[in-house]
Design a protein around this ligand. Structure first.
Ligand code: VAH
Length: 321
């Protein structure tokens, strides 16, 4: 059956680049982008677009039946820092949208579902170095609690109803095409914008906050690779650990200084330091490597070059490095 895809939350950081990549593979008119509003003009103009509130079951169902959708990427969510400020709204969005999509799949309206989890499912009691796929998981953030709960429901709907739902525990994701949006790891995006525009940055985490990170292209490749994997090879229906590299703000600043020597960083930790402290330093993604041959491509230096060149071209009309 040919793929007819709906991306819910397509205007978000991952959703916008996932839309572009899926359209390059399956054809523009086989990928419907949707979000809560039409503010993202470039997305709306790039191909089929529909306003959908991910919390609204009827809007989701009408779009899925009206366009004969068979695959849904549910990318709508409120991220960690924003969720701490709006706990109930975050729970309603992150969980309500998941239940709608899982139930539509259970009732035969959708064949395959992708739902993003996060390293936020781990907490302070989780082993921090090379965090295993199965381990202690006591998240202390609203976002992490919602993602851990969601993983349990994904596995339940697979085991009880045969729903083909697949998921990845994304690390912090770095890209230049969308502005940072309420994530604790988003310092690693904002730092590049400020390095190019002001040559200085005030970081809301301390210098030693080592976190698992990944370039957007790696995250998109992993997502599509998992969704294209034969269902019998998908051994985990909660969510796969996914890793690339780990670094802290000081290491990232030193990488930027290789290309922008005058760049200066100051550290002014805020409430997001507690969130970062509760997450792992590094992740063991051997299940993803063994089940569907996962392998990242971008290291700290290549991410730094991609980000600086991308931002210069996109926002600064400046010559690349
Ligand atoms: C956040 N970028 O910071 C997200 C991510 C691992 C963190 O889930 O909330």
């Amino acid at each position: 059956m040919s793929e007819k895809i709906l991306i819910v939350g397509a205007a978000g950081q991952i959703g916008s680049e996932l839309t572009e990549k899926l359209r390059s593979i399956y054809g523009t008119y086989n990928v419907i982008a949707s979000d809560i509003n039409s503010n993202n003009e470039s997305l709306v103009k790039s191909g089929p677009f529909q306003i959908i509130d991910a919390k609204n079951y009827d809007e989701l169902k009408n779009c899925i039946t009206g366009h004969n959708i068979n695959t849904v990427y549910l990318m709508a969510a409120m991220l960690s820092a924003s969720a701490e400020k709006n706990p109930m709204s975050a729970w309603e969005l992150n969980m309500g949208s998941l239940f709608h999509v899982l139930n539509l799949a259970k009732d035969g309206f959708i064949n395959k579902v992708f739902w993003p989890s996060s390293i936020a499912v781990f907490g302070p009691s989780t082993p921090k170095v090379n965090t295993p796929q199965q381990t202690i998981m006591e998240p202390t953030t609203v976002y992490g609690i919602s993602k851990l709960t969601g993983e349990r429901w994904c596995e339940y709907y697979y085991q009880k109803f045969g729903v083909d739902v697949r998921s990845l525990r994304y690390p912090g994701i770095i890209s230049y095409k969308t502005l940072p949006g309420g994530g604790t790891t988003d310092y690693a995006i904002d730092i590049f914008h400020k390095a190019i525009s002001e040559q200085k940055f005030e970081c809301f985490l301390n210098a030693e906050s080592t976190l698992p990170m990944m370039y957007m292209d790696d995250a998109i490749d992993a997502t599509i690779k998992l969704m294209q994997t034969n269902k019998d090879a998908v051994s985990l229906r909660s969510s796969y650990n996914l890793a690339a590299i780990s670094f802290n703000p000081e290491e990232l600043a030193n990488s930027i200084k290789k290309y922008i020597p005058e760049f200066e960083i100051q550290y002014k930790p805020d409430f997001r330091q507690d969130i970062a402290n509760s997450w792992p330093n590094s992740i063991d993604d051997s299940f993803a490597r063994n089940d569907w041959n996962w392998q990242y491509r971008y290291n700290l230096d290549s991410i730094t070059k991609e980000m600086i060149n991308g931002l210069k071209a996109t926002f600064q009309n400046q010559q690349p490095l």
